[in-house]
Design a protein around this ligand. Structure first.
Ligand SMILES: *Cc1c(COP(=O)(O)O)cnc(C)c1O
Length: 401
């Protein structure tokens, strides 16, 4: 085993060597522009792009023409929200989303608010789940779009997307979902889920960075969206710009492998994840799981180790790459908007660590991380007045009995 150990797979993933192999020809000998219709170089590139598009469509049980290539999930989310807003504002100017969405959704909504749109930010319960009744009540005749992610990138909570989709379809409202963390982890079929628009990204599924997809439903209903990037009319005019051919080939290969290995990989990762949680709980006290107990991603573990500050714990184990619930770039770390939305006690928010497991995580690495975390939590608690106060209380309490 080599250190540092990478356990931050929600932030990005290494590119799978099989995917690098598939991409390599498209940098050199097959470098053509797929928009060059006049010669072989262009035809070869176009063929690669169209075969990739068909492959991705198949895995979502969608049609090839419904797949729009973008630079990643941030762009896909921007295009979905702003593209629907612009195209449908005559029908209504109301959009519903959730407080725990990715910033690319929330900040697109904020921009739309400045343009006069009304946005409802639904709250979540302490596990990160929305209340379907509240969603239903929030829909008005002016609502044009509901945007709710499949799985949360911080706490791993998975929403009931099928129910949300059913509700939106019933009410005649378009439904967009950010599936970036869910692709390759849980089954995603656009028809089963009644999804009209869906975003994801290459670099979260062992593909390259800088490539993503926006799925846009073409029939029942046909979803019209306005382009946000204008130019040569690529991607049926929805997203102009020369296509990233190696990226597209890599993304299609990545999605194909991810979906093929999903069952096995998710089973393996959830066993490792549960082992971590059980070890933390048996070797330490004051350990709390953030997010939902069962409705969660197989590779996500977000835990608060009470009486230990998240950034202090992270810094105490520099050979383990994890992420904290608060930005450590500022002098006064603020808990993330996702953790805040759970309305947990302040101590829970300030001590949250996110572990993200993935394809290349080994048993050995998991054992190593368990040992490092337990050792450092114990060490840091030695210095924690609140931890000592708690224990003195329990000791005196047991004496008085
Ligand atoms: C990473 C991530 C994004 C952003 O994707 P990029 O391709 O990096 O722009 C959006 N949504 C979720 C849920 C993510 O995890």
């Amino acid at each position: 085993m080599t250190t540092p150990v990478y356990m931050d797979y929600h932030a990005t993933t290494p590119v799978d060597p099989r995917i690098v192999d598939a991409m390599l020809p498209y940098f050199m000998e097959k470098f053509g522009n797929p928009a060059s219709r006049q010669h072989q170089f262009g035809w070869i590139a176009e063929e690669a792009v169209e075969s990739a598009r068909a492959k991705i469509a198949r895995t979502l049980q969608a049609e090839a023409r419904e797949i729009i290539f973008t630079s990643g999930a941030t762009e896909s989310n921007n295009l979905a929200l702003k593209g629907i807003a612009e195209a449908w504002k005559q029908k209504g100017m109301h959009i519903i989303t959730v407080q725990t969405e990715h910033k690319s959704v929330l900040d697109s909504c904020k921009k739309l608010e400045k343009l006069g749109f009304q946005i409802t930010y639904l709250p979540v319960d302490e596990f990160g789940i929305i209340d379907l009744r509240r969603l239903e009540e929030a829909v008005t005749p002016k609502t044009i779009l509901v945007s709710i992610m499949v799985a949360n990138n911080e706490i791993g909570t998975v929403q009931d997307i099928a129910e949300i989709g059913r509700l939106c379809r019933e009410r005649g409202v378009f439904f967009h979902t950010d599936a970036t963390q869910a692709i390759g982890k849980i089954p995603i079929y656009v028809d089963d889920l009644n999804v009209d628009l869906l975003s994801f990204s290459g670099h979260k599924v062992y593909g390259p960075k800088g490539i993503g997809v926006l799925y846009v439903r073409s029939t029942n209903p046909r979803v019209k969206i306005s382009s946000q990037m204008d130019g040569g009319g690529h991607e049926r005019g929805i997203r102009s710009g020369t296509l990233n051919v190696p990226g597209i080939v890599g993304l299609a290969t990545a999605v194909e492998i991810a979906v093929q290995s999903m069952h096995e990989e998710s089973a393996r990762l959830s066993v490792l994840r549960d082992r971590m949680l059980n070890e933390f709980r048996s070797q330490l006290d004051e350990v709390y799981l953030n997010g939902h107990q069962t409705q969660r991603l197989p590779n996500n573990l977000n835990i608060s180790f009470l009486h230990v500050e998240d950034n202090a714990l992270m810094m105490s184990m520099k050979d383990v790459a994890v992420s904290t619930g608060s930005a450590c770039t500022t002098a006064n770390p603020e808990p993330s908007h996702v953790l805040k939305a759970l309305r947990l006690p302040q101590e829970r928010l300030q001590s949250a660590i996110r572990f993200g497991l993935g394809r290349f995580t080994t048993d050995e690495e998991v054992d190593y991380v368990i040992d490092r975390v337990v050792e450092n939590v114990k060490k840091l608690r030695q210095l924690s007045p609140s931890y000592h106060a708690l224990h003195e209380q329990t000791i005196s309490h047991s004496f008085s009995k």
